[in-house]
Design a protein around this ligand. Structure first.
Ligand SMILES: [Zn+2]
Length: 511
């Protein structure tokens, strides 16, 4: 295995490039990138120690956007408490996977990363700048001309061009940074429905993907980037990409486009070759809202289930990426309730995959792209509601009967953010300057009569930022199934690409 990788790498330098974006072979600046070679060498070392014989036919990569370690811990506790238990002893579905690694997430130009740069590392083996999708770090963000000759090919494109099946599922817009990094190239993650210079927008790249015969199943949010303004979308070029996508397969394969959860349930998978589901204009609902409002959107578990059903029809194998995009959004809003409930829904989707696949030929990876600044703090007693106010133990170690008070005489919650919107009692005030003034005058809000476990509660924050930020510490990678033993120790995020190519024995050059 290790030898094959080395051979593939050395042989590659002799092959002239037909096109930078032909995914059959990787361009030499991709395979010669230090990010690429160092992560690959490191993995080769590990491989020689403990590689088992199993090769993965299928890979499912689960990405919890913004699901840092504190999010894992808090979601695990909440899931246990929702089941009537103390919570701390609970484990999310993937936390019992046999192999785990820590992942370093920084971008080439940023200590605390963004999702475009981090997903590029996972999908291409090369780290890049924040905000840039699948173009190496020598390009400038937002500068189309700087991308020429720097485009990177993705694991999904390689799998697709080798005749296997591919799929993407996301609760965010399918053109948002994480899913976009499986199939597109853009110097600006925000060019979802239009672009500058000779660059093309991300949505059109999704339906036109040249590798193989395109992505086989795509389920998520973001319809607005695919339809015209007249049809409630954002496109000013008059194109309707959903009908263009259907026409691409006309007379050739059975392609089905759905736009609601009930339509998705009605799809006859046996007779469907290609499936596109765009369930909302922008991002899909937070899972708690989806359930509470009874909106006609599939859950992330249902989308995962349908995607696997369709992909496993291909006997050559498949690659599926499943993103829970809104864990990140809950955190950015300073709202742990939604972040944690979406993390639990994400763990349910992983369980669906575990129940469906054969781990003898399938590798399941579960990871995040980056962390968030949420902390689990104070000394709450065992079983204290994770979204609640801190109740400490007394001097004998038994739970107090009243909530604990901080030095300012006010109660405080276990979960807090280092920064974001929840920095003071702002009332209804939305003016930024006013907010600073109020914060200086009033200090911390008094939570005595506030239900901190309610869906809309925003945890307190120390530093005032209009949006809570990502965090720079390591995240985790969990693995089970064929090739899972590659996942161990502390790895650069670009190693995730090599875990997938090594586990599947995927040649880096055209065969
Ligand atoms: Zn984010």
């Amino acid at each position: 295995m290790a030898k094959k990788l080395a051979r593939a790498l050395s042989a590659f330098c002799l092959i002239p490039l037909a096109s930078a974006v032909s995914a059959a072979s990787l361009p030499d600046y991709q395979t010669n990138s230090d990010w690429f070679t160092e992560a690959s060498d490191r993995l080769e070392e590990r491989t020689s120690l403990s590689r088992e014989a199993k090769t993965a036919k299928n890979v499912i990569l689960f990405v919890g956007d913004g699901m840092g370690i504190s999010t894992l811990t808090a979601a695990r506790i909440l899931e246990g408490q929702l089941a009537g238990e103390s919570g701390e002893e609970n484990a999310l579905s993937f936390e019992e996977f046999p192999h785990t690694a820590l992942i370093k997430t920084y971008n080439t130009n940023q200590q605390t990363p963004d999702s475009a740069g981090t997903m590029t590392a996972m999908m291409t083996g090369v780290k890049t700048r924040a905000g840039i999708i699948n173009i190496d770090g020598d390009a400038l963000r937002g500068d189309c001309a700087s991308t020429e000759g720097r485009e990177l090919n993705t694991f999904l494109e390689m799998v697709e061009s080798r005749g296997k099946a591919t799929g993407i599922v996301s609760t965010a817009r399918l053109t948002h940074a994480t899913p976009a990094a499986t199939y597109s190239r853009s110097p600006e993650r925000n060019w979802e429905y239009d672009a500058e210079g000779n660059c093309s927008d991300i949505a059109s790249q999704m339906v036109e993907m040249a590798a193989g015969d395109g992505i086989d199943v795509m389920l998520g949010g973001g319809r607005r980037s695919f339809v015209t303004i007249d049809n409630g979308g954002k496109r000013e070029d008059g194109r309707d990409l959903t009908s263009e996508w259907l026409e691409r397969y006309d007379g050739d394969q059975t392609a089905v486009y759905v736009s609601s959860g009930s339509e998705l349930k009605g799809v006859d998978i046996a007779s469907t070759n290609k499936l596109l589901g765009l369930f909302t204009g922008s991002h899909m609902s937070y899972d708690a809202d989806r359930i509470f409002k009874g909106s006609d959107e599939p859950s992330i578990a249902e989308m995962t289930d349908t995607a696997i059903e369709l992909l496993e029809k291909d006997s050559d194998g498949y690659f599926l990426m499943v993103e829970s995009g809104r864990i990140d959004h809950g955190h950015h809003a300073g709202n742990a309730y939604n972040a944690l409930h979406d993390a639990i829904a994400f763990a349910d989707a992983v369980q669906v995959a575990l129940d469906k696949v054969d781990l003898a030929d399938t590798l399941i990876l579960v990871t995040a792209d980056h962390s968030h600044v949420m902390t689990i703090a104070g000394y709450p007693t065992r079983g204290n509601p994770i979204l609640g106010k801190v109740v400490e133990n007394d001097s004998t170690g038994a739970a107090q009967s009243e909530v604990g008070l901080a030095a300012d005489g006010k109660p405080y919650t276990t979960l807090n953010y280092a920064n974001g919107l929840g920095f003071a009692d702002l009332g209804e005030n939305t003016d930024a300057d006013e907010r600073y003034k109020i914060a200086a005058d009033t200090g911390r809000k008094d939570l005595s009569k506030v239900d901190t476990e309610a869906p809309g509660f925003h945890q307190e924050a120390l530093v005032h930022l209009e949006s809570e930020s990502h965090a720079g510490e390591d995240i985790s990678l969990h693995a089970i199934g064929a090739g899972a033993e590659l996942v161990q120790g502390s790895l650069e995020q670009s190693a995730v690409f090599h875990v997938m190519t090594t586990a599947t024995d995927l040649s880096l050059t055209e065969e």
